[in-house]
Design a protein around this ligand. Structure first.
Ligand code: UGA
Length: 315
């Protein structure tokens, strides 16, 4: 059985590809190394994959290649390629977000109409909910993104559904909630905080630090994809959260023990597009997929810390 992972050199894509290979699937990984963050990180992410049997890497942009040809013998599509980042999606950047998140997804779905897919899993985001007051948030909550990024993730999620309804493309959307762990993107909070702790720099908090997130550890997110392959519900959307909501400042209290030193915090202006709170109601994923997040924040942060020490050891 053959899987296509788009955005394979990214944080979640690279972990997912490794898990699929472990499960015995063949994996085609595609990535165009967008310049949102350094290519070096992404090359490291796939270094282990490139030496594995059953893995084929393609450096290409989804907007520029023959996707029908790419999907010819593919059974499962995991569409993780995206222009990431909530706070950078304003202004001129929006064009990149619409191209990489909306247009690229539409092109992949068009090509999927004629492919013989078992499933098409789309990486959606908690950002589709915006500043909802319904916490924990079930999937059926009114969707009102607060960032341009969230708008593009939601638009692409809608595209998945309408290609399912009109053409039978077997799509499922997973709404990830702030994923963390080894290989986390360098713009994300924990990566920045742990790096600052390591290098003795100041930790910058946007706003008052009282915002909260349903932080989700990478292995739990990967597991959700494997579950989707076993119990497939085309046309459905699932929240994939970590199982608890943590205030940012509370999460920071874990740092001195993990890093073995005190950290300096400074406060910056709150960022436009950032929502105040996220908390996933995961009862649907629990019931239908058997999803159960396992890794608690302290344990997950420790694993990310070990990785941060490794990648910044020569800095
Ligand atoms: C994350 C991902 O970056 C998005 O790609 C994803 O779509 C989204 O989760 C999701 O849940 O779907 P975010 O929640 O902003 O977005 O994740 P972090 O970058 O880890 O930020 C968490 C919180 O820490 C935010 O309130 C942010 O403002 C804050 N933060 C971040 C800081 O206070 N300081 C920093 O240096 C970085």
């Amino acid at each position: 059985m053959q899987c296509l992972v788009t955005g394979v050199a990214g944080f979640i894509g690279s972990h997912l590809a490794e898990a699929l290979l472990r499960e015995g699937y063949e994996v085609i990984g595609i990535d165009c190394f967008t310049d949102y963050y350094s290519r070096q990180f992404k090359e490291k992410n796939i270094a282990g994959l490139n030496t594995q049997k059953g893995f084929r890497f393609l450096e290409a942009n989804l907007l520029q290649i023959d996707l029908k040809k790419l999907l010819k013998d593919v059974d499962w599509v995991f569409h993780l390629a995206a222009q990431a980042g909530v706070r950078a999606s304003w202004g001129e950047n929006f064009e990149i977000y619409t191209q990489n998140n909306v247009l690229a997804t539409q092109k992949l779905l068009e090509a999927s109409k004629e492919a013989n897919l078992k499933g098409f899993v789309y990486a959606s985001s908690s950002s589709v909910y915006g500043d909802t007051k319904v916490l924990p948030t079930p999937e059926k909550t009114y969707l009102q993104p607060l960032s341009p990024y969230g708008v593009t993730k939601l638009a692409a999620e809608h595209l998945c559904y309408l290609y399912y309804k009109n053409f039978g493309v077997p799509t499922v959307a997973l709404r990830y909630f702030t994923v963390y762990g080894p290989r986390q993107r360098p713009d994300m909070a924990f990566h920045r905080f742990l790096k600052a702790a390591l290098l003795g720099e100041e930790i910058e908090i946007y706003g008052d630090g009282q915002q909260s997130r349903d932080f989700t550890y990478i292995s739990d997110v990967v597991e959700a994809h494997l579950l989707v392959m076993k119990r497939f519900y085309p046309g459905e959307v699932f929240n994939i959260g970590g199982g608890s909501q943590t205030v940012l400042k509370t999460a920071l209290e874990l740092l001195p023990e993990i890093a073995g030193k005190n950290v300096n915090i400074i406060y910056q202006d709150a960022q436009k597009g950032d929502v105040r709170h996220t908390a996933a109601d995961i009862s649907k994923a629990k019931k239908l997929l058997g999803y159960q997040p396992k890794v608690r924040l302290a344990e997950g942060l420790r694993a990310e810390w070990e990785w941060i020490k490794e990648i910044y050891k020569y800095v």
